[in-house]
Design a protein around this ligand. Sequence first.
Ligand code: SF4
Length: 587
Amino acid sequence: MSHSLFLPVSQDDVRSRGWDCLDIIIISGDAYVDHHSFGTAVIGRYLEKHGFKVGVIPQPDWRDPAQFLKLGKPRLFFAVTSGNMDSLVCNRTSANKPRRTDMFSPGGKAGMRPDRSIIVYTSMIKNIAKGVPVVIGGIEASLRRLAHYDYWSNSVRRSILLDSKADILVYGMGEKPVLEIARRLNSGEPDLSGIEGTCIMSKEAPSDAVSLPDFEIVRDDKKAYMKAHKQFVDYFLQRPDYPIFQKYQNRWLVHAPPGPPLTTQEMDEIYALPFKRRPHPMYDSLGGIPAFEAVKFSVTAHRGCFGGCSFCALFFHQGHIIQSRSKESILAELRQYVNDPDFKGTVSDIGGPTANMYGLGCKYHEKGTHCGKSTCLGDSPCPALNRDHSKYMDILASARSIKGISHVFVSSGLRYDIIPESDAYKILTELCTHHISGQLKVAPEHISPNVLRLMNKPGKSKFVQFQNLFSQINKKLKKKQYIIPYFIVSHPGCTEEDMLQLQRFLTGQGFIPDQIQDFLPTPMTTSTCMYYTELDLFTETTIFVPKSVHDRTRQRTILHGYKKSIRHAPDKQKEPAGKRHRSSRKR
Ligand code: SF4
């Protein structure tokens, strides 16, 4: 395969295009996979489409300055990202031990990116390419854009914009802000202020903005930290047209408002960019890129999630408004799969952050805002929410009728609580008949009302109803299909009594809980705020937070002890096979 089909990664690639230099060079902590599930490819292809010459330096050795200059200096700017994940989440376990593998690196090899990649990469660039602007973006920059609690250093850190000394930070998915930055710099305009979806540092407080508590205050006062978090959540939900700022001694971090959500046409344009849909050939002999295998023949139908789960950071990155592609765009992508020699007829997923949110929203979402309530879902969906699943089900049906496609699965998580009650039987029957490969991932996350309230998740009864309907339908269809429920242990507010409730529930239902995840306080989430402050976000009263190794281990042991007892029980004591299942699938 010709390397010239990919964005340039070497001087030879640059020269083969007849170029003297590049406009923009993307430095990434991930391997370069030219697929729309990988941020570097999306931003690179988007800028390329708008006429800019873009190159990529994936996973440079951060100790070697020459690697950062292997494509020369860019005419406009370096764009720096840690990759699809925060580098510390990627590199370290919840026990702060190095991970053994990295799904975004060749052959799954760990150690290909530094901890705090953005700070390390930007610092190197600032040393060796003085005067060249650095734009930081991606999940690490986005979720560390304000003062934030950092689990790995157990401290409240400044915005990563200050710590990296970059010139501007792009938050969210970033296509439009980064294009605007490129256009301004290309036209010789040095002022990067006021670009939607960005943060900059200013020597003056903006006059037309609202203020978050100062950094020093949130660093030293947990109640102020929580107040700032709640204020920012409210700001980001409303998506107003004015900035918000935070003071750092004698400077101000100015957070410009998010731009309007992408239209369907804009989404279609992005997903129609000329991705090669595979890792760069330089990785062929290195074992490929494991993260790519999971998404190779999957389709992103939409962005955004209005679920508002406390432990999830997606709201702060993609927002709560669903931005959907058109049916035509999705089917056009599927037709391309059919022509791919590697395609064996199975589409692994058509979905998004939550599969069945495709095309959903309310009149406020349509206007790009929010009504002011704290959540669209919580224990039960807001009555104003349009939950009509017909568009999504129609796409699934059309996809499976494409010649050359034999299976279309849904492997993104499903929110069972948003399926309209009146259509639940029909929708679930269709999913069970055509779109489940034996296992359906759902995320009750817990059972205890106390923990579910803090997680902003629906109550146990919704899960039980769904589970019963699922069993009933599969029995009728004579299919052996299983629900894979995911649970989080050691969430803030979760006590041993809560874990015993979960254990008793699982015992009663005959589930073997293989999908158990230790709560990890990742930057910016509401659960992380509760973890750090040890305060209930809703009542601001003190809560128990299992932080010590001892407490966290005990919570896990309660479930593992149960699991072991089930596995070692005589066969006659075990639950009927239809209810028992295991899964080694990763989340
Ligand atoms: S009206 Fe309901 S669905 Fe719409 S933004 Fe408000 S809570 Fe969410």
